[in-house]
Design a protein around this ligand. Structure first.
Ligand code: PLP
Length: 372
């Protein structure tokens, strides 16, 4: 999809809700906090039946995400609830599932802890060499590109080709890029999952997730899972995420532009041992990133001398909020080794926020010079 097409979607996002309105109706969706709806007589031809089946506020968010994904979309109360819906509706006893060994850690825990005892075989591969060996014999293959936290990438179109040949379903965790930065379904993936807690909401004040697919059978199962499993979003959070989503395009563009500047300067900084950012011309991810991403993202990783120096850098920088997560309005950072990721002690994941670039950079440069 061209940049022009992505921009058309961003414009459409701001106006689609306003198109079917009656005179006097609100131009933004309402928060509808209700468990029950007025339901006399035959319920089958009534849109709103019960609060676990549907809610007008989630539906407004789903309509907005459906527009961006250009695919049927079901929202969940967190990214993990969306990933759980994917895993538990597609996989059955005896199936093999392939996950990234360097992707979002909790997805592997979910597989190991709950699917393995049900007779599902969970296997993993590193993102950088994920396609090696093909996908023969797998029911579901999940990729995360760029991977979190290492920022390696894998070729989505090539993965989709291999999955098709092997009869596997290919799912992509598109959290780091959002539908405006990377469009896995257009590249041939079957399913997208996303933690909307991150850039899509963008304000670090709500959790949310979604599953999107053009495969009707998959979406019926995913929708039923929410209805029967009961993992439903709150209308209040759905409204917050809807509101956050309206500014995604401008936030993400700013974050990516600042990340490009900061990555370049970090890479040339005498106190920084290593930098990864898919937008750097010399980065191992660069060639594939150029081919399949419409932006290079808002995450950078840097390696400092050791853990103490990394903590000192994070603590000393006036415009870095020490916290986990990414994609929010505030620049934040953390040492990933504290969670047990297999990275050096001095490895820092940096999520660039909306601070003006030069102010942010000056604070980082100073913190790097002061870090002990
Ligand atoms: C955060 C994240 C998740 C999980 O999202 P939650 O909303 O915290 O449940 C899944 N995948 C990736 C890549 C993430 O970054």
């Amino acid at each position: 999809m061209s940049t022009h097409e992505t921009e058309r979607l961003a414009a459409e996002l701001l106006h689609h809700f306003g198109r079917g309105l009656q005179p006097g109706e609100s131009v933004v969706p309402s928060i509808v906090p209700t468990a029950v709806f007025h339901l006399p007589g035959d319920p089958s031809d009534v849109a709103n039946q019960y609060g676990r089946y549907n809610n007008p506020t989630w539906e407004a968010l789903e309509a907005a995400l459906r527009l961006l994904e250009d695919a049927e979309t079901v929202v969940f109360p967190s990214g993990m609830a969306a990933i759980a819906a994917l895993l538990f509706t597609i996989v059955a006893a005896g199936d093999r599932v392939l996950l990234p060994s360097d992707g979002y850690y909790t997805t592997r825990v979910l597989g190991e802890k709950y699917l393995k005892p049900l007779g599902v075989v969970i296997e993993t591969r590193p993102t950088a060499t994920f396609l090696d060996g093909g996908f023969e014999g797998y029911r579901l293959v999940l990729i995360e590109t760029p991977s979190n936290p290492g920022l390696d990438v894998c070729d989505i179109a090539a993965a989709a080709g291999l999955a098709k040949r092997a009869g596997a379903l290919l799912a992509v965790d598109n959290t780091t890029m959002t539908p405006l930065g990377q469009r896995p379904l257009e590249l041939g993936a079957d399913i997208v999952v996303s933690a909307d807690t991150k850039a899509i909401n963008g304000h670090s004040d709500a959790l949310m997730g979604h599953v999107a697919s053009r495969n009707g059978e998959v979406m019926v199962r995913v929708r039923d899972w929410r209805r029967y499993g009961g993992a439903i979003p709150s209308p209040f959070e759905a409204w917050l995420v809807y509101r956050g989503l309206e500014t995604l395009e401008v936030r993400f563009a700013r974050m990516c532009a600042t990340a490009a500047i900061v990555a370049e300067r970090l890479a040339g900084h005498e106190r920084v041992a290593a930098v990864r950012y898919p937008g750097l011309a010399g980065d191992p991810s660069h060639a594939i990133a150029r081919q399949q991403m419409t932006a290079f993202g808002s995450m950078i990783t840097l390696t400092l001398r050791d853990g103490a120096m990394a903590e000192s850098f994070i603590g000393a920088c006036a415009y870095i909020q020490p916290s986990t997560s990414f994609g929010g309005v505030r620049t934040c950072a953390e040492r990933r080794a504290r969670w047990g990721d297999s990275v050096p002690d001095g490895f820092v994941r940096l999520s660039i926020g909306l601070e003006p670039a030069e102010v942010l950079w000056a604070s980082m440069d100073e913190a790097l010079r002061r870090a002990g």
